[in-house]
Write a protein that binds this ligand. Structure first.
Ligand SMILES: CC(C)(COP(=O)([O-])OP(=O)([O-])OC[C@H]1O[C@@H](n2cnc3c(N)ncnc32)[C@H](O)[C@@H]1OP(=O)([O-])[O-])[C@@H](O)C(=O)NCCC(=O)NCCSC(=O)C[C@@](C)(O)CC(=O)[O-]
Length: 312
């Protein structure tokens, strides 16, 4: 299959990237992050989670963040909603898209949302109905689609099964998530080859964490399967609270550099994203995990130094 002409990058840094930070990140920083990302051209920014603050304290200010952002027409602001209580919060906060999140692994489902896969689907049913009734987009995210921190291998049919259940709930988009970044291009190919038989490939996305350094290779393997939606986190922020040792999502800057090199349009300005990566890494006191981001910042600094020395 030939490579797509354009892809959609869903920026998940404000949610997936920050949810695991131990120190509370001020709502003002989260708001500035979301606004700078939408200004850089992202058409979809995953901005917050309406989950139990006992489970994920970092997302407790979801309503404040959603109330503070400057909405750009055409930008989809997504939030996570594990149940109807979360949905009500999302609706009040005027989210454009709600995300139900399950897993292809029973063990991870229990640790992450405290119920079995079957129970989670039953819990998502009223959320899905409410999303449709209120005209909101519905996305389904499937964790551990390429491997699980608790049970290890996750058979491909288990992923297909959850995709089918999410399709029946009416999901507009479904994310195939490599929560702990263990997947390789071979498994990525096997999973997408199977799930595209039961759900339209143009509505499937790849959500890759980069723990084992395979994320860009997995994105390339997904492109070859005709996948056109990818999730990424600016500066590679993140890690999963229920997957010890897992690193953040693939860095957005790295994905943009790859897409630019392949001549695939994203509609996003890489230079602006490099600045945003620097801003958020400095704001939370973490090293910038984007290799492209660090390289481009170093190149800029070197150019500024030589300009300054020429002027001196
Ligand atoms: C699903 C539950 C709520 C079940 O948690 P539970 O304890 O089984 O639920 P509960 O209904 O018994 O509620 C317990 C308490 O939470 C409250 N509560 C209940 N729901 C909400 C809500 N929506 N918003 C605010 N509060 C809520 C509820 O009111 C109650 O409060 P209390 O009476 O004790 O004071 C919990 O397990 C939870 O919130 N889990 C969230 C886990 C999470 O956010 N994980 C990270 C996101 S998933 C992810 O990162 C993976 C992804 C998407 O990126 C893809 C990938 O890479 O794999």
């Amino acid at each position: 299959m030939s490579l797509p002409r354009a892809v959609k990058i869903v920026e998940v840094g404000p949610r997936d990237g920050l949810q695991n930070e131990k120190q509370q990140v001020p709502a003002a920083v989260k708001i500035e992050l979301v606004d700078r990302l939408s200004a850089a051209g992202f058409r979809n920014v995953e901005s917050a989670s309406f989950v139990s603050p006992k489970w994920v304290p970092q997302m407790a200010d979801a309503a404040e963040v959603m109330a503070g952002i400057a909405r750009r027409p055409g930008t989809i602001y997504s939030v996570l909603t594990p149940n109807l209580k979360g949905f009500e919060g999302a609706l009040a906060a005027q989210a454009d898209e709600v995300v139900i999140f399950g897993a292809a692994s029973e063990a991870f489902s229990q640790r992450n949302i405290n119920c079995s896969i079957a129970e989670s689907v039953a819990r998502f049913e009223p959320v899905a109905r409410a999303a449709k009734d209120n005209g909101l987009r519905l996305r389904g995210s499937i964790s551990c689609a390429l491997g699980c921190p608790y049970q290890g291998d996750v058979p491909v049919p288990a992923v297909v099964d959850v995709v089918q259940r999410f399709a029946e709930l009416g999901c507009d988009e479904i994310d195939i998530a490599d929560t702990i970044g263990v997947g390789t291009p071979k498994r990525t190919h096997e999973v997408f080859a199977a799930v595209t038989k039961v759900f339209p490939r143009e509505r499937l996305s790849g959500h890759f964490h980069d723990t084992y350094g395979q994320a860009l290779a997995n994105i390339y393997a997904s492109l070859l399967e005709g996948i056109e939606i990818f999730h990424a986190s600016v500066a590679g922020l993140g890690g999963c609270p229920y997957a010890k040792g897992a690193t953040g999502n693939v860095a957005t800057e790295d994905v943009l550099y790859l897409m630019n090199g392949l001549g695939i349009e994203t509609g996003v300005d890489l230079d602006q994203v490099v600045d945003i990566g620097h801003f958020i890494s400095s704001a939370i006191g973490r090293p910038n995990a984007s290799r492209a981001g660090r390289a481009l910042l170093a190149k800029r600094n070197a150019a500024q130094c030589s300009e300054a020395s020429e002027q001196a």
